[in-house]
Design a protein around this ligand. Structure first.
Ligand SMILES: NC(=O)c1ccc[n+]([C@@H]2O[C@H](COP(=O)([O-])OP(=O)(O)OC[C@H]3O[C@@H](n4cnc5c(N)ncnc54)[C@H](OP(=O)(O)O)[C@@H]3O)[C@@H](O)[C@H]2O)c1
Length: 328
């Protein structure tokens, strides 16, 4: 999807992650299930992504108890690095298959297992993972005291929460969480195809000094042209996008320039330009993509004109439901 990256070196930028006071790189590494699949013979690839990330100044690493072997792989690869040199986020999954909060003994067990796999005594940020709006209140009621206790014991430094990208396109859970103001960080599903958080969620995060970690900036739809073309065709067909809003072929290639050769890379720079976003995760498993993403996110000045054009096309139009970033 585009030309070739200029072989330029960009110095990583750092920022303070809201009220946590943590100094984090503006791009973080998302080590989710795709990363976790890089085990066995593919372990050198995981090592390659992680070492490129660290070499280029990324100091924020995101994982979760339910990302298969991600924590175990990271634990092995990070074991000789100075613990203070990186900021480590993990998550526990708060509900059973039936959607009920897990017992507090399981909350503790999950966190202790994460620490053991990651070969560390503490997490910088513990996040409650993928919380659905309908479960939010019960989770808080049943888990908060235990989480506070675990924090007092030094198992983690800051508490965060993450959205479910599949079941909450209105970001209803995050609105509740911001209302309660219990969380130091918020992981938000946000990308140029789904910019709605800009109008209600992100300004509130900024006001409350919540550390914002953006996820889903590229997703398969921004990284695979055939998927993007199919999405745009469907959106036109359903009247969500005007027929002449974008070309049918390579619909977002007008965003590319010399320093940003792919639409996926533009995705990261778009998200990072939003003032409330402190850091954007890249979930790539390809070291070259990672470098391209870092370069683009840091170097590409997406003009206000292009940004506004994207917003006018992709903000949810009246009488339409927001599309879930899960499908993007
Ligand atoms: N509810 C939650 O808590 C939650 C949900 C989703 C994600 N997350 C976190 O957020 C992180 C990032 O989200 P995400 O997994 O949706 O990742 P993402 O960064 O939005 O997208 C990753 C996908 O884009 C592709 N890609 C990235 N850069 C590319 C490039 N320059 N050229 C071509 N393809 C490129 C990757 O393929 P390649 O591997 O081939 O590069 C991969 O398929 C996750 O790793 C996880 O840590 C949390």
């Amino acid at each position: 999807m585009g030309g070739t990256a200029k072989a330029q070196r960009v110095n990583m930028r750092y920022t303070i992650l809201g009220r946590t006071g943590l100094r984090v790189s503006v791009m973080g590494l998302g080590a989710s299930t795709k990363f976790a699949s890089l085990k066995g013979n593919n372990l050198p690839q995981a090592e390659g992504v992680l070492s490129k990330a660290l070499e280029h100044g990324i100091n924020l690493i995101d994982t979760a108890a339910i990302y298969n072997d991600s924590e175990a792989i990271l634990g092995e690869l990070l074991k000789n690095k100075e613990r203070e040199s990186y900021v480590l986020n993990s998550k526990y999954f708060p509900v059973t298959d039936a959607g009920q909060p897990i017992p507090v003994s399981d909350v503790r067990m999950s966190i202790e297992r994460s620490l053991s796999l990651l070969k560390t005594d503490y997490l910088d940020i513990l996040q409650i993972h993928g919380v659905r709006p309908e479960s939010y209140r019960a989770i808080i009621d049943q888990h908060l005291d235990t989480l506070r206790q675990l924090k007092t014991e030094g198992k983690f430094r800051f508490l965060g929460i993450t959205e479910t990208i599949k079941f909450d396109p209105h970001h209803r859970m995050m609105k509740m969480a911001l209302e309660d103001d219990l969380f130091d960080t918020a992981m938000i599903a946000y990308n140029l195809l789904s910019p709605d958080p800009e109008t209600h969620i992100l300004p509130r995060c900024l006001k409350q000094k919540v550390g914002v970690i953006a996820m889903t900036a590229a997703r398969p739809t921004l990284s695979v042209n055939s998927r993007l073309e199919a999405l745009i065709a469907k959106a036109k067909q359903e009247g969500r996008i005007a027929p002449d809003a974008l070309p049918d072929s390579k619909p977002l290639n007008w965003l590319l320039d010399d320093s940003t050769p792919t639409v996926a890379a533009v995705g990261y720079s778009y998200v990072l330009a939003e003032p409330a976003v402190h850091t954007v995760l890249s979930g790539t498993t390809n070291p070259s993509h990672l470098i391209e993403n870092i370069q683009s996110a840091l170097a590409y000045p997406l003009s206000e004109e292009k940004r506004q054009r994207l917003q006018s096309i992709f903000r949810t139009p009246p009488h339409h439901e927001p599309w879930s970033t899960y499908d993007l």
